[in-house]
Unconditional design. Structure first.
Length: 570
């Protein structure tokens, strides 16, 4: 049995939710189609960084191949050298591996097939199914027609076969300038499907290619290169997004006319549309190029490099892609579901620490000067095997500015003058005095007393307090920079031109808040780049893998503790 064939009854991994593509593959295998093989591919263009929409496609293609014991190819559609860079190729490989998938020996490039694509084009010319057209780009648009009006045949459509062969050979030899000739398929200029109105197969492009150098000056168009590449590689199920549904007749036409041995089945699914973000490389380039974000890996970007830097895990992304499912119709997914997936995971796996983001100094008047004690703190109440740690406590502490109000409203239960609260893992304290800046009136320091009998956070007389605050010992605190990220866009649908005529006008001015003077537990000083933690009462954070340095840790907020999606589902 081949490594990509299935045993009888082993058609689907138990427990996985069904979807229409999974059902198609299952039925194909039951019918013995493709000799029991399942071969998919992920075919990105190397002209930008991958985003969450690509993650859905990666998980689908590689996931189906794994599930049905087949294989998935990684193939770069490198047919436009003016926009492609090796940097993008390297980043795409890294992203696919980060998500947990491996293409093994099956790494390919459309440029691997430039010779075959040329030969197949010659076959079509000889069959009278392709011709060299000398219309200008503007003339071709005019001749193409509209959705309601048929196109007109090019005056060059009936050139003799020998003349077409000669011109095409000379195009390949570099005799003509860009825009003077193209090779077109001869199909039907009256078709209701505009893609079938004699589409362009090759155009002249005198640009150096990252792999083939200057060996070629004609390059194939996507619709032609894609189906031939699929066939050459023995792809069985060519899975793509819905915008290619109208291209399927052309996909089939090329392969039927070429009479290839392998004719893959094209199947379309709905792409990912995620609230509060955009999924357009063109818009990404504008965001990066105009400096609205710090780069492709800015943690606010929906690129895989961005969300990886933010602190999202590959398993949370795979979980998200499985939960949103695979549909035939476009839909809108709430960003809150993605946040729910990472919260759900980190709640189980991330160790807890205390960090004060906006420090307010607290002096405990009746605590002995110079004394330090170690208090036990639980690392993760969801997983007892993670154990506990010792946290230093001293006379001077930091708490959050927002945890104190001098004149609190009725529903404010945290620290206030004369009020007692609990310090997490430590003692009950009571505020007895407020120190202010004489010039600004800003509160700079609180004087408190503590109850030594409440060590560990419980009172022997069972008296209750309504608030528990996190804190950090001032003597032992480590300075850190904390970056609070929010949605990059203020609008739920910035891709909607009616809602956001200029998508840049919908940018969220509060998408990033930098807190340069946070105080963290000393145990966090040695945290490795990329490590994830829960800051108690604050959210989940990751050590920034780019900007963190020894002595200057930088933490990115992955997501807050509040889970609106979980509440909606309940």
């Amino acid at each position: 049995m081949k490594d990509n064939e299935l045993k009888s009854g082993d058609l689907q991994e138990p427990g996985l939710p069904s979807h229409f593509i999974r059902e198609i593959v299952t039925e194909d295998l039951k019918a013995g189609k493709n000799n029991g093989a399942v071969v998919t591919r992920f075919p990105p263009e190397p002209n930008g960084y991958l985003h969450l929409g690509h993650a859905k496609s990666i998980c689908l293609n590689f996931g189906l191949a794994e599930e049905f014991k087949g294989r998935c190819h990684l193939r770069f559609d490198d047919t436009n050298p003016t926009k492609e860079e090796v940097e993008y190729i390297d980043s795409i490989k890294e992203d696919v591996r980060w998500l947990g998938f491996d293409w093994g020996d099956h790494l390919y490039f459309a440029s691997d097939y430039f010779g075959k694509l040329y030969e197949y084009a010659v076959q079509l010319i000889k069959k009278g199914k392709a011709y060299v057209c000398s219309l200008s780009a503007a003339e071709m648009r005019e001749y193409r027609g509209t959705l309601t009006e048929p196109g007109k045949e090019s005056p060059y459509r009936n050139r003799p076969v020998e003349e077409n062969l000669d011109l095409f050979e000379r195009m390949k030899a570099g005799e003509f300038e860009e825009g003077t000739h193209v090779l077109r398929a001869k199909i039907d200029m009256t078709s209701g499907n505009l893609n079938m109105r004699d589409p362009v197969m090759f155009r002249i492009l005198k640009a150096e290619h990252h792999r083939t150098g200057n060996a070629w000056c004609i390059y194939p168009m996507y619709d032609y290169a894609h189906c031939v590449s699929d066939s050459v590689e023995g792809i069985t199920h060519s899975i793509c997004t819905l915008e290619f549904e109208d291209h399927r007749p052309l996909y089939d036409w090329f392969l039927d006319e070429l009479e290839v041995a392998c004719h893959p089945q094209q199947i379309e699914f709905a792409r990912l549309n995620l609230s509060y973000t955009v999924m357009s490389k063109r818009k990404f380039l504008k965001l990066v190029g105009e400096g609205h974000v710090s780069g492709w890996d800015d943690p606010r970007m929906p690129t895989l490099s961005g969300i990886r830097r933010r602190g999202y895990t590959p398993s949370s992304i795979r979980n998200f892609c499985e939960r949103i499912g695979v549909a035939k119709r476009n839909s809108f997914v709430d960003f809150a579901l993605l946040e729910h997936c990472i919260r759900e995971e980190l709640n189980r796996t991330a160790p807890r620490f205390m960090a004060v983001l906006r420090p307010l100094k607290v002096v405990i008047l009746n605590y002995p000067e110079g004394q330090t004690e170690e208090l036990s703190a639980v690392n993760n109440p969801e997983d007892a095997s993670m154990g506990s740690r010792m946290v230093p406590f001293s006379r001077v502490l930091y708490i959050e500015e927002e945890d104190f109000q001098e004149n609190p409203p009725k529903q404010f239960f945290r620290l206030a003058p004369g009020r007692e609260v609990r310090l997490r893992y430590a003692y009950f304290i009571t505020c007895v005095h407020v120190v202010k800046d004489e010039t600004t009136g800003r509160i700079t320091e609180l004087h408190c007393t503590y109850d030594p009998a409440t060590r560990g956070g419980d009172a022997p007389d069972n008296r209750k307090v309504k608030a528990t605050l996190h804190w950090v010992s001032a003597q032992h605190a480590v300075d850190a920079e904390v970056r609070l990220y929010d949605h990059l866009f203020a609008s739920p649908n910035p891709a909607d031109e009616k809602e956001c005529p200029d998508f840049l006008g919908c940018l969220n001015p509060k998408s990033l808040e930098v807190l340069p003077s946070a105080k963290i537990e000393p145990g966090l000083a040695r945290a490795a780049k990329g490590e994830r933690f829960q800051f108690e009462r604050q959210g989940y954070f990751c050590v920034d893998p780019v900007d963190s340095t020894e002595g200057h840790p930088v933490f990115n907020r992955i997501v807050s503790l509040k889970d609106s999606y979980a509440k909606i589902k309940k």
